[in-house]
Design a protein around this ligand. Structure first.
Ligand code: TMP
Length: 209
């Protein structure tokens, strides 16, 4: 059976413009069956974990707990939503996935990178995106864009934390250049969407047989 499924994740520091890009991609991929998900969240259990993780009152969450909660939300999402979506031939568009944990809890919080990668493999059953678009932006620009939002628990971490996360993402892109493509997210949104489609289109054109 032919299956045109495609798994694309969007990554980047807070304020990098993932939500705006997703809106554009939904329009540009309108002739396809697209399933959009966001992490943490996307299932009943994962949304409950999301509330716990992002609640600014939960100051006591230690980095290891934080990492495991993100992973728990992710395994539920893979099983309930992502795998069935891919099996049905959809394009799954994920707002964050495995690289977020390595960038935020690994490079940002200082947890052991290789251990997080192993745990990611465990909680996803080894499922990696075909393509990951890394929206790269300076923490200062990310913060400027978020100025009108009410910051969640992680967004309150400040510029130094975001800088570490950004460096982590760039390191991951150097390690997996075939999967992770860096896009300059300081550009205006149509140009960002053009560049995203430049990477997505060849995968759509590929013969799935
Ligand atoms: P967002 O919905 O604005 O992308 O917010 C999710 C927040 O959670 C963001 O600050 C990044 C953070 N996060 C992690 O720290 N680790 C993870 O594994 C994931 C998926 C998100």
């Amino acid at each position: 059976m032919k299956n045109n499924s495609l798994f694309i994740s969007l990554e980047g520091i807070d304020g990098c413009g993932k939500s705006s890009l997703i809106e554009k991609l939904i329009t540009r991929l309108a002739q396809h069956s697209v399933l959009c998900i966001r992490e943490p969240g996307g299932t009943v259990i994962s949304e409950k974990i999301r509330d716990m993780l992002l609640d600014i009152k939960n100051k006591g969450i230690i980095p290891r707990t934080e990492a495991l909660l993100y992973m728990a939300a992710r395994s539920q999402l893979v099983e309930e939503i992502i795998n069935p979506g891919l099996a049905a031939g959809k394009i799954v568009l994920a707002d964050r996935y495995i690289d977020s944990t390595v960038a935020y809890q690994g490079y940002g919080r200082g947890l052991e990178i290789n251990l997080l990668k192993t745990l990611n493999q465990f909680c996803t059953g080894g499922l990696k995106p075909h393509l990951t678009l890394l929206l790269d932006i300076t923490p200062e620009e990310g913060e400027r864009r978020r100025r009108t939002d009410i910051p969640d628990r992680l967004e309150k971490e400040g510029i130094t934390f975001q800088e570490k996360v950004r460096e982590g993402y760039l390191q991951l892109a150097r390690e997996e250049p075939d999967r992770i493509k860096i896009i300059d997210a300081a550009k205006e949104i149509e140009a960002v969407a053009d560049e995203a489609m430049h990477y997505i289109q060849p995968l759509l054109d590929k013969d799935p047989s």
